[in-house]
Every structure is written in structure tokens, then in C-alpha cells.
Design a protein around this ligand. Structure first.
Ligand code: UDP
Length: 241
């Protein structure tokens, strides 16, 4: 049983990159399906109001603390997280793992052509990475069964779902009984970043917990979503009682 912290009533694993990767290794060498979620402040606020999303996170096999808000919250709650484990950096580590183990990944999500572009960039960095297949993230519900079949027949060992939240978590949860692989993860906009269409915050912003500010400057239309961080912090303070 992993060490957990309850934030807004939702369990988050108190893991750093190394521990998360050790757990991932357990999934990839095991025999059953496991799934990983990477909630940030915004997702936790949504989950605290959305029973279905809350359930998906509660049932996840690994809940990674993605975002500086969770680190601050953990300090307020007196059970500090070791570090922020971002979905995109963790994905990078899983790619290195897969390159070594020889296991294959399937990318599902983002706009047409993006996953292909991301694959090229990933294989520049991890030349032996095996990509079993890709599919964009714009499909109708009645196409999902065929899509799951396509993913399964690709013989992928790991499924990376980049549909944004909560779509990606719901997709994994809805099909967890049919997905025939070792593990799946939801990674938000990571493929856009790998493909180079979305820039990641420079180190200064990342090191100072200001990634949210950089994202705002890049995509000002997301301003409403940016309010999630202060709302989250206020909710955590009140939840402390
Ligand atoms: N996306 C998708 N299908 C959809 C909606 C979104 O594939 O129906 C993709 C979108 O192209 C983007 C990714 O999901 O690459 C993440 O979107 P967003 O930035 O909203 O998510 P976040 O990273 O903030 O969770």
C-alpha cells in the first residue's frame, strides 16, 4: 500500500519520481491492467465536486501529484509531498523505461498529426522506443469500441491518453476492463509539448512554481482555468478545519 495524503478528500500518492517509477515497473512486469492519473489543482477541485471523477481517482493504481498547488497543499496539511511529479516529466521517464524494456507504447489523443510529430521527437531522444500505434483524440462515442480494438490489436504494452481532463480519465476508466495491456496513463497536453506546438515553461518559471503564470501568458483564454489554483488553495485551507 502506497503512502497517501488526502487532499480535498481525494487520495494522492506521496511519491517522488523514483518511487513512481518503481511502482510503474511493478505494473509493467505484472500480469494485470493498472492505470495512473496525474491530477493538478484544477483536477482535484473538479473531482471534489464530481463524484464520478473522484471515483476514477480513488480507484487509480497510482495518483501522481502533478502541480505546485499539491505541494503547497501538502505542506498546509502537515504531510509534505517530497516533490512535484509532473505528468510530462514522468512520461519522459516511462519512455526511457520502455526503450530499455523493449515494450511498446500507443498514443491516443491531441489533434490529428500531433501524436505522429511527438513520436518523431521522442524517437530522436529515445531511438529504440517502440511505438505500437497512434490515434488522434477527436472521435465520437460510437467509435470507441473500434478504437479499443485497434489499440488492443496493436499489442501495445502501455497506453498514453492525451485527451485532457476529465475525458482521458473517463476513457481509461470506461474501458479498463477491455484494455489489454499492462498500464495506461492520462497526460493532458503532453503530446502537444513533445510535438513542439505548445511550449513548456522555461526553467525559471518551473523552478519557482510559476508554470501556471507562463501557461497563462501563452494561452490567456485559459484565464478562467487559472483561477483553479487560488480556489484550490482556499479550499485546502478551509478543509483543514
Ligand atoms: N484533446 C483531445 N480530444 C478532445 C479534447 C482535447 O485529444 O476531445 C486534446 C487536446 O488536443 C490537447 C489535450 O487534449 O492536446 C489536452 O487538452 P487541455 O490543454 O485542455 O488539457 P490539460 O493538459 O490542461 O489537462
Amino acid at each position: 500500500m502506497n503512502d497517501k495524503i488526502m487532499i480535498l478528500g481525494i487520495p494522492v500518492d506521496r511519491v517522488d519520481y523514483e518511487e513512481a517509477l518503481t511502482i510503474f515497473d511493478g505494473f509493467m512486469t505484472g500480469s494485470s491492467f493498472h492505470y495512473i492519473v496525474t491530477p493538478n489543482s484544477e483536477i482535484l477541485v473538479n473531482a471534489s465536486k464530481d463524484q464520478e471523477l473522484k471515483q476514477v481517482i480513488e480507484d487509480a493504481d497510482l495518483v501522481i501529484p502533478d502541480g505546485i498547488g499539491l505541494v503547497y497543499a501538502s505542506r498546509i496539511l502537515g504531510k509534505p509531498l517530497h516533490e512535484r511529479v509532473t505528468g510530462i516529466d514522468f512520461l519522459g521517464r516511462t519512455l526511457a523505461y520502455l526503450e530499455k524494456s523493449g515494450q511498446a507504447i500507443f498514443f491516443l489523443g491531441s489533434k490529428p498529426g500531433i501524436a505522429e510529430l511527438a513520436t518523431v521527437k521522442m524517437q530522436e531522444k529515445y531511438p529504440k522506443l517502440r511505438v505500437a500505434g497512434v490515434h488522434d483524440g477527436y472521435f465520437k462515442e460510437d467509435q470507441e469500441e473500434a478504437l479499443v480494438e485497434q489499440i488492443n490489436s496493436s499489442k501495445a504494452d502501455f497506453l498514453c491518453v492525451a485527451l485532457g481532463s476529465p475525458k482521458q480519465e473517463q476513457f481509461i476508466y470506461r474501458h479498463r476492463g477491455e484494455l489489454n495491456m499492462k498500464a495506461a496513463i492520462g497526460v493532458g497536453g503532453s503530446l502537444d509539448v513533445w510535438a513542439g506546438v505548445l511550449k513548456r515553461a522555461p526553467e525559471f518559471y518551473r523552478n519557482n512554481g510559476l508554470e501556471w503564470l507562463y501557461r497563462f501568458l501563452q494561452q490567456p483564454t485559459r484565464y478562467k482555468r487559472m483561477l483553479a489554483l487560488p480556489i484550490f488553495m482556499i479550499k485546502v485551507l478551509f478543509s483543514k478545519g
